[in-house]
Design a protein around this ligand. Structure first.
Ligand code: CP
Length: 343
């Protein structure tokens, strides 16, 4: 298997990803897509490695597909559940995490409602010379890198089915609609899509899409000295869905994250749907047939109509779910084999 010189010990955020990193992930994901159709349906690549799924916040897709991805690479997999854990006896999250590290986990996949928990954990691990890799499965509003990468793969595969690559996204216009403010998926997609040369249009009301988002990729996280991408695509904000959809090559709509709204940020859901809902009617503003994505879970009839969800000629949502497995296989493979160059 050909790998470029992958250097990341942890995957926390896509702001540090180079064009080579995206290329490597897309290439590996393309190869891993075929694994379920092979005779053994598995690869021995992670045999003897321990992968721990540590989800402090609910998940259906991410947790299950990381589990399947690890199993398809023959890793041993542990799943942690808050409900049945010793957190209920007063153990702290850090002591819980250190318990799993003491069991010798090679890759710790973590989801937490608080921004920066995976970064702080990675910092602790490096400071204490621990070999475990941290893979962020979603922290607060901040980052959901594996979702950003599976979305990138889904789009690249749609535009270039025979050779999905960063080039497949170059100069494409991708419109992201909805609750950008509370969305770690939107933030990871902004790094990934602009990193591969796509131009992104963001659309939503000011309460869910502040003007500062147009500069999002110009502000790498604190502690990051430079942007590894020389020529990023652009980000523009449109308040009107009609203006935002005009000329789009693909549309991504996002869940209204009511659990993250600490004040009443919307007048009512019907008005929101009328202004920002993705329906067969509103998609006519694209002026051509374009695919629609949604990271899930979905609020039917709010950000997207049930008819679009069920229209397989438009919706790529099932593809996003199925592509999540080979994408996550590629991330586990790269972390487990970092610094090894094979040809
Ligand atoms: N897209 C996503 O993160 O879904 P889950 O919350 O079900 O993992």
């Amino acid at each position: 298997m050909i790998m470029s010189n992958w250097k990341h010990k942890h995957i926390l955020d896509l702001s540090k990803f180079s064009l080579d990193d995206y290329k490597t992930v897309l290439e590996l994901t393309t190869r891993f897509q075929d694994v379920p159709t092979t005779r053994s349906r598995k690869l021995p690549a992670l045999q003897g490695r321990l992968v721990t799924n540590l989800f402090f916040e609910s998940s259906t897709r991410t947790r299950s597909s990381f589990e399947l991805a690890a199993k398809r690479l023959s890793a041993d997999v542990q799943n942690f559940s808050v409900a049945t854990s010793s957190l209920n006896k007063g153990e702290t999250p850090l002591d819980t995490i250190l318990t799993y590290i003491a069991m010798g986990t090679d890759i710790l996949i973590i989801r937490h409602e608080s921004t920066n928990v995976p970064n702080e954990l990675a910092h602790y691990i490096d400071k204490h010379h621990i070999n475990t890799s941290i893979l962020n499965a979603g922290d607060g509003f901040h980052s959901h890198p594996s979702q950003g990468l599976l979305d990138l793969f889904t789009l690249a595969n749609f535009f270039s089915p025979t050779n999905p690559s960063p080039n497949s996204l170059s100069n494409k216009k991708i419109t992201i609609v909805g609750d950008i403010l509370h969305s770690r998926v939107a933030r990871s997609n902004l790094w990934a899509l602009t990193g591969c040369g796509a131009d992104v249009t963001l659309c939503g009301p000011k309460s869910l899409l502040p003007d500062e988002f147009s500069d999002f990729v110009l502000r790498p996280p604190s502690g990051q000295k430079y942007d590894p991408i020389k020529n990023r695509g652009s980000i523009v904000i449109k308040r009107s869905l009609k203006d935002a959809l005009k000329g789009s090559d693909a549309v991504m709509t996002l869940r209204l994250q009511k659990e993250r709204m600490h004040q009443n940020m919307l007048t009512d859901l019907d008005t929101y749907h009328n202004h920002y809902g993705i329906t067969h009617e509103s998609l006519k503003w694209c002026e051509k047939k374009v695919p629609v994505m949604h990271p899930g879970p979905v609020n039917r009839g709010i950000e997207i109509s049930s008819q679009i969800l069920e229209d397989d000629s438009i919706s790529l949502i099932k593809n996003q779910v199925s592509n999540g497995i080979p994408t996550r296989m590629s991330l586990l493979y790269l972390l487990a084999n970092r610094n090894i160059i094979e040809s």
